[in-house]
Ligand binder design. Structure first.
Ligand code: ADP
Length: 381
């Protein structure tokens, strides 16, 4: 490597993604994913084994991490609570504080902490930096961040809207401003990050003013396996009447809801085929997904007063023209006019899919969370 490189590690509960990036030249030198961590039939028993496997693969590619100009290791951490919202160099005290936060994100933070622990042992000479998914939304206006519940309980248990996918919302909104050729602080934007997890944000002059995920990444849009918004009364009702435990309900809402819960399938490629072949449950799941998305676009238009840009990103946002069309069709009165030909064209570059006359620029911009994490890392070392 000629410039400063960063190894970005994103450890989930059953997968570990890694990417070796040189932020200055925006080049990715190597990337990969180790899957099925800890599953019964898998050779990868735990995060320790996963990271060793990742290092072996990098070595197979001719990359020696101890001797390739690496400047830092960046770790994606989902929940930073109220305390962590800047890129933070990981030492023992920070790791202990993050362990304390695990109760706020029991599904997400523990695997990241395992990855951090192993990586710090394996690359002890390098700075390790935590980048938080919640960071971008740390200063949401109180009216958007506050839940209308007993305020003493909320304070005691640190209950507020934290928001997630912040790295992506920030990166994509900056790219969108560059694409339309205007300064970020002059633009109102709506960003729709639609991947397995999905979230929307409203951004006024470069500052996020609302976002759809909340205390946890469960709130908001319909997702691959997560319900998004539901009536909170459903939880008590299921516990009381169906005799489900709180853990059962929580795992149902996180792992067996959303598109998977409605149609038995979470991948939009497969869902598209099912709809084509006349599958009514797949069609309903799609309709529920799009209806929720339109509701958020409408809500955020009202929150912002007007928007200059609406941007789609992540796996579904970048690759499924039907979702983009159905989310925004018929909104000419609000200044949004999709050009169907532009929308249908496939591509991997940033592009405009609204008509030239549309008052609102509708864009598709590929997200790149790893690059954003790598840049943030270099900003603190
Ligand atoms: P993650 O949240 O895991 O990072 P991604 O942003 O990679 O998710 O999005 C994954 C989802 O995007 C897939 O489950 C699939 O539904 C959808 N997707 C990705 N590529 C395509 C494609 N070419 N056509 C249709 N859907 C796609």
């Amino acid at each position: 490597m000629t410039g400063r490189g960063v190894l970005v590690i994103n450890s989930g509960s059953s997968s570990l993604k890694y990417q070796l990036i040189q932020p200055d030249s925006e080049t990715s030198l190597a990337e990969g994913i180790i899957e099925q961590i800890g599953e019964p039939s898998s050779p990868v028993a735990d995060h320790d084994a996963a990271l060793r496997a990742a290092f072996d693969r990098l070595a197979d590619d001719g990359i020696d991490l101890n001797d390739c100009g690496l400047a830092a290791v960046g770790h994606r951490v989902v929940h930073g609570g109220t305390k962590f919202y800047r890129p933070t160099i990981l030492d023992d005290a920070v790791v202990a504080a993050l362990q304390d936060l695990s109760s706020l994100a029991p599904l997400h933070n523990p695997p990241a902490l395992s990855g951090i622990e192993v990586a710090r042992k394996m690359l002890p000479q390098l700075p390790h930096v935590a980048i938080f998914d919640t960071a971008y939304f740390h200063d949401l206006p109180a009216a958007a961040a506050t839940y209308a519940i007993d305020h003493e309980l909320a304070e005691k248990w640190r209950i507020r809207r934290y928001g997630f996918h912040g790295t992506s919302h920030q990166y994509v909104s900056e790219q969108a401003a560059a694409f339309v050729g205007r300064p970020l602080d002059t633009l109102n934007q709506i960003v729709l990050h639609l991947g397995n997890g999905a979230s929307a944000s409203a951004i006024a002059g470069g500052r996020p003013v609302d976002t759809s995920m909340g205390l946890t990444p469960l709130e908001g849009l319909v997702m691959g396996t997560r319900s998004g918004d539901i009536d909170p009364g459903i939880i008590g009702y299921l516990c009381r009447e169906a005799k489900l435990s709180v853990d059962d309900v929580e795992s149902m809402l996180n792992q067996r809801s959303g598109m998977l819960g409605l149609a038995g399938e979470r991948d939009f490629r497969r869902l598209g085929e099912m709809i084509q072949s006349g599958d009514a449950t797949a069609q309903l799941a799609y309709d529920v997904f799009v209806h929720r998305l339109r509701k958020y676009v409408g809500a955020y238009l009202a929150v912002l007063g007007h928007t200059d840009v609406v941007t789609f990103t992540a796996g579904i946002g970048e690759n499924v023209p039907a979702v983009r069309r159905d989310a925004l069709i018929g909104l000419g009165a609000l200044g949004i006019e999709i050009d169907e030909r532009r929308n249908d064209k496939r591509g991997s570059d940033a592009r405009r899919i609204s008509t030239d006359d549309s008052a609102v620029a509708v864009l598709v911009i590929p997200t790149n969370e790893e690059l954003a994490i790598a840049r943030d890392c270099l900003s603190v070392i």
